[in-house]
Design a protein around this ligand. Sequence first.
Ligand code: ADP
Length: 160
Amino acid sequence: MKKIAVFPGSFDPFTIGHEAIVRRALSLFDEIIISIGANALKKSFYPLETREEMITKVFHNEKRVRVDHYEGLTVDYCKKNGAGYLLRGLRTAADFEFERAIAQVNKAMAPGIESVFLLTIPEHTPINSSIVRDIIRSGGDASMFVPAAIDLKDYKGFED
Ligand code: ADP
């Protein structure tokens, strides 16, 4: 059976930390669906379509990666897409505690889906989307933190 993983997240914006997790996970799975959780209550900086476009650019040469979005429960989305794995990245102990609870609750709801965690490489530990957004909002150059295929000058975020 095809091993399909969903990599869910806000990706607001997608960073080199996210990219590295997906590229490494390609050796574990046949297909990875990077799916943006569209949360109506959480205001994003970049519109959903912009985030999808950015991620699509990064993986346009990789046929085993698909970009999508979803609403509702992540495990329901996995089932709908025939995905048996949920991929997440871990940077710190704080990430671990947060992810542990979500993964255990997901396991209780959907025993057939396994959460798989990849530990980030040390250089990517401090990189998170919220800091990247702060740099962009303040007019700084955040290009070193996003994949080379994404030119931040092409995109406009929402102002808070
Ligand atoms: P969420 O809103 O679900 O936390 P994010 O876009 O912040 O979504 O992150 C998606 C996933 O990528 C999470 O598992 C997060 O821990 C992981 N991640 C974020 N930044 C990094 C990084 N620099 N290195 C490795 N994993 C990361």
